[in-house]
Design a protein. Structure first.
Length: 298
């Protein structure tokens, strides 16, 4: 038990570093690729990595589990890969990472509303506070960067809802399935749809290969796919199974710090008001995650 407690914190810190860096990698990859090419290529390359190491694990998935594997694949990997790329065509990578902190709040909210997981008054208050912080962050960002379309923040928020669904699905229906089996199974389902999207984006036009930005962007996607998706997905599935959905989604506590450092190094602007909004979000997440003795069931 003590070993598990230690390991879950190691996984949490590793994921925070990996995913915190993912946002700047997406930004750099968008220099030579469009959002749909990036999302599709990220999914395909990740799928290849996971097939190589996890092909033999697919046979461990029972027939009745595949519907949950499919749902997990689409909401936990496929759509967010495109949504984050689309969002970062308009908003800064650091802001996208902070908005991603809504995952634990949405995990609590969906856990109570859909999966009938007990919630508390403190968690509800935390959710409200988190949304207040989100509003401040978005509104201030729109004022600070009038050239950016902050409606695109909606793509990040939608992704956090899907991530929350994924966490609850894994914990509720796939607890008995090996993490690598889940990850490889996810990409068996979403690989072909991603390939079709890539074909439709004119990615295979030979003229693209003559552009240095196109080639370097592919390099960023390869790094993003291996570390930020393939490796991180296996670690995250393991973390969900050894802890709780809310603890696992708390990786978003530390991710924004890593992403913010990368963003500032890349000359992104970030105001004190946005910092206040970010702190409010994280306080809401902390409140929603804090243990309470008395719990009511909705």
């Amino acid at each position: 038990m003590q070993n598990n407690d230690y390991l879950k914190w190691v996984y949490l810190l590793m994921l925070s570093l990996i995913w915190g860096t993912s946002f700047i990698l997406i930004k750099k990859a968008l220099i030579g690729l469009n959002a749909y090419q990036l999302g599709a290529l990220r999914t395909i390359i990740t799928g290849v990595f996971l097939f190589i190491v996890g092909y033999n694990k697919l046979k461990l998935i029972k027939k009745e589990d595949w519907k949950w594997i499919a749902l997990s694949g689409f909401v936990g990997s496929f759509f967010p890969a495109f949504f984050f790329a689309i969002a970062e065509t308009e908003i800064d990578s650091a802001v996208a990472s902070i908005l991603n902190s809504l995952v634990p709040l949405n995990t609590v909210l969906l856990g109570a509303a859909v999966f009938k997981i007990a919630t508390s008054t403190r968690q509800v208050i935390g959710i409200v506070i988190g949304f207040v912080g989100t509003s401040i962050l978005i509104l201030e960002g729109a004022d600070l960067n009038p050239n950016q379309n902050y409606w695109y923040a909606g793509f990040v928020i939608a992704s956090t809802i899907m991530y929350a669904i994924n966490v609850n699905v894994i914990k509720t229906y796939l607890q008995h399935v090996k993490p690598l089996s889940i990850a490889a199974g996810n990409y068996v389902i979403i690989f072909i749809p991603a390939l079709l999207v890539l074909i439709l984006t004119d990615f295979f036009n030979v003229e693209n290969l003559d552009q240095s930005e196109f080639v370097s962007s592919i390099g960023f996607v390869v790094v993003l796919s291996f570390f930020g998706t393939a490796l991180a997905k296996v670690l995250f599935n393991k973390l969900v199974q050894m802890s709780t959905p809310v603890f696992a989604s708390s990786v978003t506590y530390i991710m924004p710090i890593v992403a913010l450092i990368w963003g500032l190094l890349d000359n992104e602007t970030f105001s004190w008001t946005q910092g206040l909004g970010s702190l409010i979000i994280l306080f809401g997440v902390f409140l929603a995650n804090r243990k309470q003795k008395k719990i009511r069931s909705n």
